[in-house]
Design a binder for this molecule. Structure first.
Ligand SMILES: CC(=O)N[C@H]1[C@@H](OP(=O)(O)OP(=O)(O)OC[C@H]2O[C@@H](n3ccc(=O)[nH]c3=O)[C@H](O)[C@@H]2O)O[C@H](CO)[C@@H](O)[C@@H]1O
Length: 343
């Protein structure tokens, strides 16, 4: 049997990196080590550099995004991506890379284009969001398989959420603790909203768990101290599943990984989509659950304390029960089976 020589590429922010990590861990469980290709810019190095025992090698290129740039900035980024794609292409031919798994984001661009350019190399894409990112729109036509949780045609439909979120799941009813989540970078508006409802929650005897993101941590911590409220405040933690499992209700951005982790955990959530996400994809991510009566959602500009307190005072038992059946565990195993059995 031919041994696969696999590259995993993509990242930039936690949502993409979490899926890359799921593939890396599953390959490692099966006695295989992949090469990771990410970017020097963004969070990739923090996740996979410098000596990751589960990887054959981690390579960080000087790649950066094309969107949200002026005309000349776009041209410069494109030239840079083309140059890096040729570098990756040389490397793939030299090292006999035969499969590339892309999890999207700008840091996936060079290795994804190189997969298309290299003869005998197959491309597999995992799209996390309900609206396809720009890179995937351009390259998915060349992919052997495109996995998406929102696409009925996807061979594996469920999002590759880590089993630890399922292990900690429980059906919620009354709200005794609320968790505020801002995605991998934190969200200032969710932080401010949490502070605005903190005193009332405290009076109601409801505990507060609050992920602030790095930039806003000190400010928020001091505000809780001034209010005399003992909240569990942190900037980013590696055991977020334990924090989620202590909560009975969440207020969260609708980044794809967080959204499906909350679903796996059966935690009823009020989603506040990031208003500037490309093509408003956080809104449509959340809408996917809201339409099935599995979540609440408000635009940031329409969020009110009244609506929040209405949500947490509901009996959310049925919603939580529906979430239990919304996603199955072990989908990463099925995805990797598809990829490894494909010759
Ligand atoms: C602003 C923006 O464009 N955000 C995008 C980015 O979000 P972002 O990177 O914030 O993505 P997600 O919410 O999908 O993922 C964040 C990840 O960080 C983890 N975490 C978070 C806090 C913490 O303390 N510990 C921890 O481990 C979460 O469990 C989750 O796995 O990528 C997502 C996936 O493509 C997109 O859906 C989002 O729209």
């Amino acid at each position: 049997m031919k041994i696969d020589n696999i590259v995993i590429t993509g990242g930039g922010t936690g949502g993409h990196l979490k899926v890359a990590e799921a593939f890396i861990n599953e390959l490692y469980e099966r006695g295989l080590k992949a090469t990771y290709i990410g970017s020097k810019n963004g969070q990739d190095k923090e996740w996979f550099g410098p000596h990751n025992r589960k990887l054959k090698k981690a390579i960080f290129l000087d790649s950066y995004g094309v969107v949200n740039k002026g005309f000349f900035g776009k041209i410069k980024s494109l030239i840079n991506i083309i140059r890096l794609s040729f570098e990756c292409n040389d490397m793939f031919e030299d090292k006999n890379i035969n499969k590339v798994i892309s999890v999207g984001g700008y840091s996936a661009a060079p290795a994804t284009f190189a997969a298309i350019m290299t003869s005998g190399c197959k491309l597999y894409i995992h799209e996390q969001n309900s609206k396809m990112g720009k890179l995937n729109q351009l390259t998915s036509f060349f992919a052997t398989e495109l996995f998406s949780s929102y696409d009925a045609k996807s061979k594996v439909k469920d999002y590759p959420v880590d089993n630890k979120f399922f292990d900690n799941a429980r059906v919620r009813s009354a709200t005794r603790a609320v968790i505020f989540l801002g995605g991998s970078q934190g969200a200032k508006s969710i932080n401010n909203f949490a502070l605005s409802v903190a005193e009332k929650l405290h009076i109601m005897g409801i505990k507060i768990i609050h992920q602030t993101g790095r930039a806003d941590f000190q400010r928020i911590k001091e505000k809780y101290q001034k209010l005399g409220i003992e909240a569990d405040v942190f900037d980013f933690c590696m055991d977020i599943e334990n924090k989620m499992s202590k909560a009975d209700f969440a207020v969260s951005r609708a980044g794809a990984s967080t959204l499906w982790e909350l679903a796996a955990n059966a935690l009823p959530t009020l989603f506040i989509p990031f208003p500037h996400a490309a093509q408003d994809h956080q809104y449509t991510n959340a809408l996917f659950l809201v339409e099935k009566n599995m979540a609440y959602m408000k635009r940031e500009s329409q969020l009110s304390q009244e609506y929040f307190f209405e949500c947490i005072q509901q009996d959310n038992y049925e919603m939580s029960k529906r979430l239990v059946n919304s996603i199955m565990s072990d989908s990463i195993k099925l995805m990797l089976d598809c990829i490894l059995e494909d010759h």
